[in-house]
Design a protein around this ligand. Structure first.
Ligand code: GDP
Length: 297
């Protein structure tokens, strides 16, 4: 099994943090992700990211990168976790300052805590007259989540996702948290990672967005994701540009799989196409047996 091979510490290099945005409905998750995607926070690139590929990576002024899972909400987070995929390094919990700590906010917090993923609170909609960020921080304190500016350990930042206020500072706090985590991966091995989303595209065939978590993925690699496999014909970044290689923490959409794997499926690269096909066939067989068993019960 490829996954059990330990990396030498000297092979490990820094990798970008992978961030999920969670929070209650209408508190501004989509607005925040949209703002980051469209804003010109990206060094050396004019204009924002226009493609939606399920995950995107931004480069800040000083050159540091952050990768975002572009599926707001904790459904995707828990669906991935249910499949055994731990993708998120840091969770941004968006809370509307004109509202309260709502049920889905609490759920998001407990999901992050259960996964051991550090949280940063984005207190949103501070542009509104009715916004009361202090009230939110008090409520958090009463839940044992004291923010840093009040002497606690949780980073938070007041933002307006709509106006873009405070977003740069929020991203700097994400980088600060990432530094503490010392995120590392070995880029010098066959790629491993997780499927973010996949669909059938008229004309292009099956397009899968995958997140490389270790190793480097290259065009021509033979990939097995869940029960789907194939040789990678082409790879694209979130701007639709062709890429030849993708290292750790990089999201790419790929062409060449024989179907659409499920979000949360892990993928591996095989040197031997035959071996990948055998494993895929075994997995399909196993799933067939499982579904027959469920039908009998
Ligand atoms: P989601 O359900 O958490 O993804 O929330 P959305 O991003 O869809 O936002 C819900 C509503 O709140 C939309 O009408 C947004 O325009 C609005 N909204 C989001 N962020 C802000 C903000 O910072 N200020 C104001 N005034 N409205 C916001």
């Amino acid at each position: 099994n490829i996954e059990v091979i330990e990396d030498n510490p000297e092979d490990l290099t820094h990798r970008a943090p992978i961030v999920t945005v969670m929070g209650h409905v209408d508190h501004g998750k989509t607005s925040l992700l949209d703002y980051i995607r469209k804003a010109n926070v990206i060094a050396g690139e004019s204009g924002g990211i226009t493609q939606h590929i399920g995950a995107y990576s931004v480069t800040l002024e000083a050159g540091q990168k952050i990768t975002f899972l572009d599926t707001p909400g904790h459904e995707a987070f828990t669906a991935m976790r249910a499949r055994g995929a731990q993708v998120t390094d840091i969770a941004i919990i968006v809370i509307a300052a004109d509202d309260d700590i709502m049920p889905q906010t609490k759920e998001a917090i407990s999901h992050a805590q259960a996964a051991g993923v550090p949280m940063i609170f984005a207190i949103n909609k501070v542009d509104k007259q009715t916004a009361n960020p202090d009230k939110i921080k008090e409520k958090l304190a009463s839940m044992n989540l004291l923010v840093e500016e009040w002497g606690g350990k949780y980073q938070s930042h007041d933002i307006s996702a709509k106006m873009g206020m405070g977003v740069t500072e929020l991203l700097e706090k994400v980088l600060l948290e990432a530094e503490i985590l010392e995120l590392k991966a070995n880029p010098n091995k066959p790629a491993q990672g997780t499927v973010v989303e996949a669909q059938l595209d008229k004309g292009r065939g099956y397009v899968s967005t995958i997140l490389v978590q270790a190793g480097t993925l290259k065009i021509g690699d033979y990939l097995l994701a869940g029960k789907n496999h194939g040789k990678i014909r082409a790879m694209f970044d979130e701007r639709g540009h062709t890429v030849k290689e993708a290292g750790p923490s990089t999201p790419v959409s790929i062409l060449g799989l024989d179907g659409a794997p499920t979000a949360g499926d892990k993928f591996n690269v095989y040197e031997d196409e035959r071996e990948a096909k055998q494993i895929a066939a075994k997995r399909t067989q196993l799933m067939r047996e499982q579904s027959v068993r469920t039908q009998k019960h």
